[in-house]
Design a protein around this ligand. Structure first.
Ligand code: SF4
Length: 145
């Protein structure tokens, strides 16, 4: 039982400040070697009861798969209700571990017909147009199984 009853519509988490790209449109500034600690994640979800949409914004979440696994573990343990996820990724690093972690998180999320989880692939078209569709298809197909 939580001490407080906090409902958040859109909760944007920067799981890391790391990124393997340097897109022209990026509003996040220079990448930095920081990741969100267990303590911050635990404290955050100790106090939050429900989240309509949990978002992973840049840095690049695929570089910190262990943080996604930890988050799924915390949400399972403490009973925070999350109704959908929106994952921003550049999809250049779609490892089996990343897909597995996102699917683990998806199992914890209580989607409804009105609230579905989504992947938003960030593409710097000037640099990456040739690979963009391939990467997007790969990621989408992986998450639909
Ligand atoms: S992938 Fe996202 S966080 Fe990384 S540089 Fe591009 S826009 Fe910024």
């Amino acid at each position: 039982m939580k001490d407080k009853n906090i409902h958040i519509q859109n909760l944007a988490l920067e799981l890391t400040r790391q990124c393997n790209l340097n897109c022209g449109h990026c509003s996040r500034g220079e990448a930095e070697n920081h990741v969100m600690s267990d303590e911050i994640m635990e404290k955050l979800f100790d106090e939050i009861t429900t989240v309509d949409c949990l978002q992973f914004i840049g840095g690049e979440s695929s570089l910190v798969v262990d943080r996604i696994n930890k988050l799924a573990e915390i949400l399972t343990k403490n009973g925070t209700d999350v109704f959908s996820c929106l994952v921003f990724t550049n999809a250049t690093n779609v490892s089996d571990e990343y897909i597995e972690a996102l699917n683990k998180l998806k199992k914890v999320v209580k989607e409804t017909n009105e609230r579905k989880s989504k992947i938003n692939v960030e593409i710097d078209y000037k640099k990456q147009v040739l690979q963009a569709e391939t990467r997007k298809n790969l990621l989408c197909k992986s998450l639909l199984v």
